[in-house]
Design a protein around this ligand. Structure first.
Ligand code: CAA
Length: 256
């Protein structure tokens, strides 16, 4: 049982909602622990779940950041420990073997935008506002945002957002390549689910391998090309490869 999130299984999609709308779904420690637990347990293990949508409760916010009230008295050591722990949680989402979409339904700020950046794709509603306002607090982004934003939109735009602390709207975020699609608030879930459903027709093993290899290419400690060779070779040994190629030869749809 969770206190700060809900998970609904809708067909093959799990909808994870952060339910602290009174605080604009700010990520206090307990909330992030619950998110981490969900991704390490049921979302990972339940074979009926083929993809995940993360969103925030209410109409105002996806997530307005890490919970500022929790760290106002932190020392440098405590701050570093918070970032290290946050990195672990965000990395598990980033490396999750099933597709995850952030449905950005309002403010995605600081740690909230960093959560969206850790997801594999982002869809924003027209009222969404995104930013990394940490410099306003005398901080920098600490849940991976300095790295993931730069890899997604380039160094110049990332530094503009981080150094100004200003928010951008959904249309600008789309132009920057920060979000994949923009939609009306009422169509947000369906747009995300439509994207996922196209993936459910494809090989889950191949999708997991693609996530792993694309991420490896962005990881300075790994050789993405080498990882691709390895994962491409391993694909040939999977039942999904048998099914996909059998279906192609028989001129039928594959059944994964
Ligand atoms: N942490 C804790 N509480 C937060 C919060 C946050 N990040 N964001 C909003 N809240 C709380 C507010 O304190 C307020 O609670 P009370 O009613 O108890 O005062 C409630 O949510 C509603 O917020 P506002 O009254 O401020 O709503 P608004 O519409 O006037 O303003 C906003 C909306 C512009 C998003 C404003 O709330 C805001 O600036 N929030 C902080 C955004 C921020 O700085 N995020 C980065 C956090 S640091 C971080 O994330 C570090 C990291 O990289 C890991």
């Amino acid at each position: 049982m969770y206190n700060n999130i809900t998970i609904q299984l809708l067909d093959q999609t799990a909808l994870l909602e952060i339910t602290r709308p009174k605080f604009l779904n700010a990520l206090n420690r307990e909330t992030l622990e619950e998110i981490d637990h969900a991704f390490s347990q049921e979302l990972l293990q339940n074979k009926d779940i083929r993809g995940v949508i993360i969103t925030g409760a209410g109409e105002k916010a996806f997530v307005a950041g890490a919970d500022i009230k929790e760290f106002v008295n932190y020392s440098a050591e405590e701050g570093a420990a918070l970032a290290k722990w946050g990195h672990g949680v965000m990395n598990r989402i980033y490396e999750f073997p099933k597709p995850i979409i952030a449905a950005i339904n309002g403010y995605a700020l600081g740690g909230g935008l960093e959560l969206a950046l850790a997801c594999h794709m982002r869809v924003a509603s027209q009222n969404a506002k995104m930013g990394l306002p940490e410099v306003t607090l005398g901080l920098i982004p600490g849940y991976g945002g300095t790295q993931r934003l730069a890899s997604l939109v380039g160094r110049g735009k990332a530094l503009e957002m981080i150094m100004s602390g200003e928010m951008i709207d959904a249309v600008e975020a789309h132009q920057w390549g920060l979000v994949n699609h923009v939609t009306n608030q009422e169509d947000l879930y369906n747009t995300c689910n439509h994207l996922l459903k196209k993936m459910y027709e494809k090989s889950p093993k191949a999708i997991a391998a693609a996530i792993k290899v694309v991420n490896a290419g962005l990881d300075k400690s790994k050789d993405g090309y080498e990882e691709e060779v390895k994962a491409f070779g391993e694909s040939f040994g999977t039942p999904d490869f048998r099914e996909g190629t059998d279906a192609f030869i028989a001129k039928r749809k594959p059944n994964f």
